[in-house]
Write a protein that binds this ligand. Sequence first.
Ligand SMILES: NC(=O)c1ccc[n+]([C@@H]2O[C@H](COP(=O)([O-])OP(=O)(O)OC[C@H]3O[C@@H](n4cnc5c(N)ncnc54)[C@H](OP(=O)(O)O)[C@@H]3O)[C@@H](O)[C@H]2O)c1
Length: 345
Amino acid sequence: MPNIAPRVHILGLGSIGSFIAHSLRSLPSPPPVTLLVHRKDLYQQYASKDWKINLQVGENGAPREQQGFDFELINGTRMPQFPIENLIVCVKAPATASALEPIKHRIGRNSTICFFQNGMGQIDRLNQHVFETPSTRPAYLFGILRHGVYLKSPTEAVLSGLNGCAEVGAVPSEASNPTPESSSILLNLLLQSPTLRCSKLDWADLLQVQLLKLATNCVLNPLTALLDVRNGEIKHNPAVVPLYRNLLKEISGVFERLPELRAVPHDPSRFSALSLETSMLDTVEKTAGNSSSMREDVLKGRATEIEYMNGWIVKRGEELGVQCPTNSLMAQLILAKGARNVSGV
Ligand SMILES: NC(=O)c1ccc[n+]([C@@H]2O[C@H](COP(=O)([O-])OP(=O)(O)OC[C@H]3O[C@@H](n4cnc5c(N)ncnc54)[C@H](OP(=O)(O)O)[C@@H]3O)[C@@H](O)[C@H]2O)c1
């Protein structure tokens, strides 16, 4: 009998979900991949394209067609009930708990969920509201993406180039549950893809990379959204410098006191305000022509990930006795801008 790789389910079929789905089905021995579709119109769009996904590299790249996906309409009346062992979640951070709610009964301690998202705090919220019982919780992996992807249409993704990469690793379990076999299966699949270019990090390194990326996101995302500019403008507008320095000073103060960071070996100078600024400016340089996801979300009237970026800094600051007035103001301004778009004023 052929050795069939375990099935991977993907939830959140936007830019990143489509890219990961395409990458996994492009492996020499691809696993079965089920796409969990939450909207009937999206399901019909896949049907109209013969259940295929295209990925092109660069604006003018040739579309690479991929097929062989299975589809499930979640919330549909005929939704299968069998367990989900390997799940990749690519919804935006605020949608995490609500997206998992309809399938939570299919996820248990033998399951592994790998999140490919920006921001921090979504796992805590998931544990509080969806997987409340520590002993029956799934194992978690977290992936940090350094790819740029957008959708030309629901079934056509554009990857900015082949030089992106990703880091992925296991998040420690609060309940010290034994690691299910699905964790290494999912991790190994992700590590095989030449397009995803994932490398594996242990928790100490993954946490530090997450925090560094968060600090950059806490500057770039709200400022580009509020000023309605591309990333590069942050470096060229001198009036923005005191603002981002205040943001990073507060962020560095919070990082310094984080118990989870103190619990792992690290070099504290990596998280100084100056070091965070160097890392942020490096990203600005490399992504100068990009329009940030928060700017795009605000322009399109969609919910932003602000509460999982500056909002998370403010929340952790409150817990740890670090005042974060500039981050709080950024979060409030983005929320106000979003509310203004929704009301159409
Ligand atoms: N795109 C990039 O280049 C990039 C790079 C690095 C990191 N990231 C991060 O990766 C994550 C995903 O980003 P993305 O660009 O792929 O976002 P996206 O294009 O907005 O995709 C999110 C998808 O989730 C779907 N969704 C929303 N609610 C859902 C629910 N309840 N159940 C199932 N699906 C649901 C959305 O559907 P609707 O259309 O119905 O809303 C959408 O298709 C974000 O955290 C982002 O910050 C993205």
